[in-house]
Design a protein. Sequence first.
Length: 488
Amino acid sequence: MSKRTAIIDIGSNSARMAIFEKSSRFAFHLINETKSRVRIGEGAYNFGGMLQEPALKRAFTTLEEFGHIIKGLKCNKVLCIATSALRDAPNANAFIKKIHHELNINIKIIEGTKEAYYGAVGALNYLKEIQDAVTIDIGGGSTELAKIENGKIVETISLNIGTVRLKELFFDKKIPLEKIRAFIYEEIEKIPERFTCKDMIGIGGTLRSLSKIIMERTNYPLKTVHGFEYEIASHASFVDAIVSSDVLGLKNLGVRKDRYDTMREGCIIFQSIFQKLSSKTIITSGAGVREGAYLCDILRSNHHKFTPDFKLSLRSFKDRFSLMEEDNLYIKRVSHLLFDALAPLHNIAESYKYELGVAAELHNIGTKLGFYQNHLHSFYFILNNLNYGFSHEQKILIAMLIKYHVNKLPTLEDMALYKSLLPDMQTVQWLSFILSLAKAINCDMSRSPITFSYQNHTLTIQAEKKLFLARDQIKQLMKPASFAIIIK
């Protein structure tokens, strides 16, 4: 498999390129992302789908400059896919041949059902574990949906409604919303009844932009849109306000300037479909067609899905930043043993052992950025980058445990900003303490065989090594409850 792969997605509205670099067999990370609002479909929907010359020139120039980036980053492989606008265009083949001969880029037009499949593959592998949901990807020329059951993609569908298509056929002509809704309704009647689902996964620029606005309006504590969830009913009136607004009113609603000409169109499609499917919750995915195409390439022998125990961000972090993986895995084992031994004292739910273990594996990755205050480097790095395979609640808890695995316990003031995403203070303090104690026990990096027992308000540590350095460090630790620690 190529070390660096460029994936280009030519949509009706934008051309996007993502470049991925592998760090191990299945792990990788994004090293470049470039977008150009090519609008290759502009003007086409009033002329039977025929791509217009100004749009073709913009697309050629964009792909030419994408080629410079590909060369500069020494990519070994390039995959270029095109969706709705080129699918519908009678003159698509001439453009594809021109790009091949002059730029040496091979464009592959994919069907709408394949586009829906790629989007679902990206979302399933990048988000927390999903069992039952429907993905919705609102593009410029079409909207794709995929039905997920028991964690598997079972059906896909493509609808001929998209933001640019609606803009040119309806919004630019000031056609009343009732007629636009009637057009959309006729198309979404093609969605089978079995697609009805409580949870939707939002893919694509419109739904990511909508999530960002909602995050800002609600003072959400994280900036990462990937993995953000919200109840649709709580924001349905806001979506309707966008749909009913004129272009000038969009600014007051928090819509970015570069979305003025497609936000109303995207939101009316979203509104129509979530009502049709009776959906209650939406989970935002930062991964879509490009990520799905890449994953289908590297996971060919794995049915296009990571194994349940594989977390992309975790493995990628460890590949790139772990200094001593064996020691970190030892600290993880010790953390779990301590969790079990102290269970009568802390009464924390067993499920939190998972986040505790991940924090143990990643607690010192910030050292690669700088030794001093490395726990803070780790905290900020995880807060902004531990995105794939984890919920926002998991990510912030792991980051907080790492931030405070030093000689203090997190306080209510420390937790205040992220309170809505964190468990209670006692839980956070206990998990932080357990990680700190496990780290102290292995401060000599001997990975000593060890056992723990707790009775009569005393934790007894039985080790084969003397743990001389550990004794001093353990004395400095703040405990979340009153009990003694004895080392034998």
